[in-house]
Ligand binder design. Structure first.
Ligand SMILES: Nc1nc2c(ncn2[C@@H]2O[C@H](COP(=O)(O)OP(=O)(O)OP(=O)(O)O)[C@@H](O)[C@H]2O)c(=O)[nH]1
Ligand SMILES: [Mg+2]
Length: 477
């Protein structure tokens, strides 16, 4: 074991000890909620917490169905170094007069929910009630996709980035960056201006790859698109150069400068995230905007497949870690969820789920993943639509209906944010394999609907209860 590994391992050990000390008295589950930007993390957490606090109708969540959940409440979180998830604020925006989706979040945050329950066994019940703390951690999926960088040198990473950026659909989006790159000589004297400009053009290329029409997923380094508190930091002024995986740079060269910055990024950004947050999770839900990827076509789907494989590779890394095993903190359940299922008619929910299941099982196979339970489902944390059948001369169409947001367009009609509308969202192919081959490209029609008017105590949802049962169900013995 190298010196570096020993230092790293002791970092988790220190963190693990704190968790161990705080977790000793009362059981806790540390649930990571992640997904790329706009995947639906904030809405999911707000809906999950709301449903548990208000004891919503969650038929598949057994402990609640059996009437064993006694009380649920929010508590101060145990980690002082993490911002709190702004639950009240997000709920307020969803339920306020204007009914808005919560604002985009750019940072990691955490919330502690505590649930008191009646234990299942007669013996335990006579000892009093059980108590489970659920620490929910919301973090950008972009940061998770950075973990493979810990095992790559700058030269290997550069070479890989260049290779993928030279194939379509990336090549067309990389033109400006490639043009500038062609003027850079890695062996020339280090030049700060060139490094900054290369980083800026590389970042523009990454954001172009994220646009809805392209919808690519795997775009590290994660902080370039989702800088968090590193906005404008020199840690982000590096970019790939046209080099070979085994090139060596002379000191004082541009190559050496980029290499040093890359290494700082890995040791000061990626590793602290891994050891400080990721390695301490024991449950994980990965939210995926699968519909956008399917609609964008086969490149987007393939890219998502690669991203899922990287993600599962990272979870395997967590599961095998000696120290995390020692402290009982390892991810033992991972749920992949296709979000916003309410944008499709229910006839397509099972199809959406089968497509995700196929993608995940392929990725798990390739990543040689084992050691944790994996599941996949299609859900809507807050259902903004209802279903309707629209009869037209050509036949009957299974539609969804809701209130489109102001400014949304369907055909020639522009909405004002108050009128309701029914649309035919399109159908998914019957065979999941066909969808993965790109046959769903351009077939789905998306409209942004406003959050629903609350007619009951709790939000309508699709399969949120299945997610809860899988992620937390065994916490109420
Ligand atoms: N119809 C519908 N839309 C949803 C649902 N969940 C999320 N959305 C939409 O997706 C958008 C993004 O959701 P967020 O929960 O903010 O996503 P996020 O992953 O937290 O995004 P960032 O904070 O930007 O990383 C929302 O503004 C909604 O428009 C859902 O269950 N149904
Ligand atoms: Mg968010």
């Amino acid at each position: 074991m190298s010196w570096n590994n020993i230092v790293d391992t002791s970092r988790i050990a220190a963190g693990g000890l704190v968790d161990f000390a705080t977790g000793l008295t009362e059981p806790s589950i540390r649930l990571g909620v992640t997904g790329l930007s706009r995947a639906g993390k904030t809405v999911f957490i707000t809906a999950l917490v709301h449903a548990l606090l208000r004891q919503a109708r969650l038929p598949v969540f057994e402990a609640q169905n059996e009437g064993r959940i006694l009380r649920a409440y929010l508590e101060p979180q145990p980690n002082d170094d993490l911002p709190r998830f702004a639950y009240e604020q997000h709920l307020q925006s969803l339920t306020g007069k204007d009914r808005k989706w919560p604002q985009s979040t750019r940072q990691i945050s955490q919330l502690r929910l505590t649930i008191e329950y009646a234990p299942e066994s007669f013996f335990a019940r006579n000892f009093g009630s059980g108590k489970l703390h659920i620490d929910i951690v919301d973090y950008p999926g972009e940061w998770l996709l950075d973990l493979p960088l810990m095992h790559q040198t700058y030269q290997q990473w550069s070479h890989a980035m260049l290779t993928t950026s030279r194939a379509e659909p990336r090549a067309a989006l990389a033109v400006d960056w490639h043009q500038f790159l062609a003027t850079l000589d890695p062996t020339s004297r280090a030049d700060e201006g060139a490094a900054v400009k290369a980083a800026a053009l590389f970042t523009d290329y990454l954001s172009a790859c994220r646009k809805q029409e392209v919808s690519l997923s795997s775009l590290p380094p994660g902080r370039f698109l989702m800088p968090g508190d590193l906005e404008g930091s020199p840690l982000l002024s590096f970019a790939p150069l046209d080099v070979k995986p085994d090139d060596v740079f002379a000191s004082g060269s541009l190559g050496a400068l980029m290499e040093r910055r890359y290494q700082s990024y890995v040791s000061r950004v990626v590793k602290p995230f891994y050891f400080g947050h990721f390695a301490r999770l024991n449950r994980q839900i990965v939210l995926v905007d699968l519909m956008s990827a399917l609609n964008a076509g086969v490149y987007a789907v393939n890219d998502l497949r690669g991203a899922l494989q990287d993600i599962l590779g990272s979870f395997r890394l967590g599961a095998n870690n000696l120290v995390s095993n020692l402290f009982g903190k390892r991810i033992d359940r991972v749920l992949f969820a296709a979000t916003k299922a309410d944008l499709l008619h229910h006839q397509s929910h099972d199809k959406l789920e089968s497509i995700l299941r196929l993608l995940v099982s392929e990725a798990a196979h390739k990543a040689e993943f084992q050691g944790a339970q994996i599941d996949a489902l299609a859900l809507s944390a807050i259902r903004a639509t209802q279903e309707a059948v629209v009869k037209q001369a050509k036949g009957e169409f299974a539609c969804i209906a809701g209130t489109p947001e102001a400014g949304e367009k369907i055909g020639d009609e522009r909405f004002n944010g108050n009128a309701e509308a029914a649309i035919f969202p399109g159908d998914l192919p019957v065979h999941p394999q066909a969808a993965l081959q790109g046959l769903a490209q351009g077939t789905l029609q998306f409209v942004k609907f406003r959050p629903p008017v609350l007619t009951a105590e709790t939000f309508p949802h699709i399969r949120l209860d299945r997610a809860i049962e899988f992620l937390l169900g065994d916490g109420f013995p």
